[in-house]
Design a protein around this ligand. Structure first.
Ligand SMILES: *Cc1c(COP(=O)(O)O)cnc(C)c1O
Length: 372
């Protein structure tokens, strides 16, 4: 009898082991579950890791982006120039402040915000630029910095990445925001971190994530509007444990990416993630391929699912989501590069411990479904 492999390969899978169990259990046993010592330790260790002056642990990447926009002065009526090729949170956060996300098209190779398009989208109301290091590939920061407005970096997919000048993403001085949802390079279940080189920004972030409490005042005195965006000590312990083996996890993702490239490089019409260039280094997060133009993407996803291979359209263009269409009147044709890439992109199963056999099975399944 021929054995057919039908066990579903996970789309993503966190690396959780003895270090995580030990540190989380220690917090549990201490009885101090929030506002304890782990948050401070995690912030310090994470900031050191990316070469930033400060870190502020928050309850999600989205919460971090929200606070970071406030910290650089985005408010009522302001405009935030950003990419439509991202997770929806990077645009939503501007709306939280009654500011407007103004989209600009992407670079067809790196898939990141195109600095020339960003420049063309700027107006007198531009309050900030919000580039996203999509799929872990660093955006062209020097070109964006030359445009002038304050910058918040969405680094939620880019832990481990390096800018062209060799510096770690997150260490450039602007607020940079990382996300720790379960599929990210480092997870705390839910969580995030804002890094910054500015002590005043760090102070403001610390206060606003904690209901606007001033550090030198009583618990009940609040001198500004704040939120509850704190990250629990349990989550911070998990983050510390993850940091202790981050290099292995990142190396695992890079290994799997190389296996995919070797297996898929020759497939006609398939576009693989761009290779590192000009000194920039991707921090591998997902493995997203762009299907040949004439292929029905949703059909491919269904056919892969039939082979127990999960894949998902990633990303759909933000401006074409129903909320953005209805609210701002966006429609097809506004950002042709983004729309073309978004219509053809799927994320394949990708995680640090993925085996050669699993990569081979996904790759063979994809070739088979594409008939190439
Ligand atoms: C994961 C992610 C976020 C933040 O997500 P949270 O679920 O709020 O932690 C923001 N932007 C991008 C591009 C992301 O991938």
């Amino acid at each position: 009898m021929i054995e057919i492999e039908t066990e579903t390969i996970p789309l993503a899978q966190p690396e959780l082991g003895a270090a995580e169990e030990e540190l989380v259990l220690a917090v549990l046993r201490s009885g101090r579950l929030s506002l304890g010592p782990r948050a401070v330790q995690f912030e310090r260790a994470f900031a050191d890791r990316v070469g930033a002056g400060f870190g502020c642990a928050v309850s999600s990447g989205t919460a971090g982006l929200h606070l970071a926009l406030r910290a650089v002065g985005v408010g009522d009526g302001g405009e935030v120039v950003t990419t439509p090729f991202s997770f929806v949170a990077s645009a939503n956060v501007a709306l939280y402040e009654r500011a407007r996300p103004v989209f600009a098209d992407i670079d067809p190779v790196t898939l990141n915000l195109d600095p020339a398009a960003a420049a063309a989208a700027m107006t007198a109301r531009t309050a900030a630029l919000l580039p996203v290091h999509v799929f872990g590939y660093p955006a062209d920061m020097p070109a964006l910095e030359r445009l002038g407005p304050p910058i918040v970096e969405d680094a939620c997919e880019a832990l481990g990445a390096r800018y062209a000048d060799g510096g770690a993403v997150g260490g450039r001085g602007h607020p940079a925001v990382f996300g720790f949802y379960a599929n990210k390079q480092l997870t705390t279940g839910e969580g995030g971190m804002v890094t910054t080189g500015d002590a005043a920004v760090k102070q403001r972030l610390d206060s606003e994530r904690n209901q606007g409490r001033a550090p030198n005042l009583d618990w009940l005195d609040h001198d500004r509007l704040g939120f509850n965006y704190r990250l629990s000590d349990l989550a911070c312990a998990l983050g510390l444990a993850q940091l202790s083996h981050l290099d292995e996890m990142l190396a695992g993702r890079a290994r799997v990416a190389a296996l995919y490239r070797a297996a898929l490089a020759e497939v006609p019409g398939l576009t693989l993630p761009c290779e590192d260039r000009d000194g920039a280094r991707r921090g591998w997060f997902v493995y997203v391929v762009q299907l040949p133009r004439e292929v029905d993407r949703d059909e491919v996803v269904r056919a892969l699912a039939g082979r127990a291979i999960p894949a998902k359209p990633y990303f759909p263009a933000i401006h074409l989501m129903s909320f953005y269409r209805e609210r701002f009147g966006h429609r097809e044709g506004e950002f042709p590069v983004c729309e073309n890439v978004a219509a053809r992109s799927i994320a394949l199963p990708f995680f640090p411990r993925m085996t050669e056999g699993q990569v081979a099975r996904v790759s063979a399944g994809l070739r088979d479904v594409l008939g190439r």
